[in-house]
Ligand binder design. Sequence first.
Ligand code: 6PG
Length: 245
Amino acid sequence: MAGALKPSIRVFDDGAALTRAAAKLFADSAHRAARDGFFRVAFSGGRTPKALFHLLAGKEYRDIPWKKIEFFWGDERYVPHTHPDSNYRAAKDILLSQVPVDLNRVHPIPTAAKNPKKDAGRYEGMLRKLLGETPRLDFAVMGLGPDGHTASLFPGGTALKETERWAVPAYAEKKLPRSRITLTVPVFNAAKKVVFLVVGEEKAEVVKDVIEDRGDFPAARIRPQDGELIFLLDKAAASRLGRGS
Ligand code: 6PG
């Protein structure tokens, strides 16, 4: 992450405390953005954000200006939106179906064309229409895989090298479903706030490598040019930080 703004690293006793902090960060950002426009958020997939979705669906966050939020996804598995592995389905079932969102502002990554390249192009067209010249998201929720991937930007993948397009097909070598669509590094790096949620001992080594920029991990490429980079870690995921190699 040479040259990046120093990331903010916040360590919590456990996943529950991390999730509470993530929900407060989301809510505060949403209230602030909604004062003069829309709050544009991109959700990640996988397991970790589900606890956040559950908490945000609860009564404590009823006052979030849900109708002022535009929902996007950082990546999607190339399966129907009804499929159990769909990132959109997870967010919809747990959160979006439980709070008063404006359905016209919920923008899942399309996966119906049976052609990831075509659907990625469609998503990019929609993003450009809604976001304009620069894909300036307000808040991007990111996960981290043990191999240092984030969204569906995998080590050695062509998607990781993309510098022009905003949404491209991707291929997960080690994680089913293999066919994906992902936003690209330039999109995440244009965001105002990028928030990694990382829980568990199995990620401690890669957390250290990514934060200390050791090796060439996809997540280490995510460094907002004019925005905040925040790592919310539980103690287990942060357990290698500050130690020698
Ligand atoms: C996906 C995600 C992916 C995820 C990481 C971490 O579609 O799977 O976007 O990048 O964030 O693999 O996943 P967990 O939170 O399940 O550990």
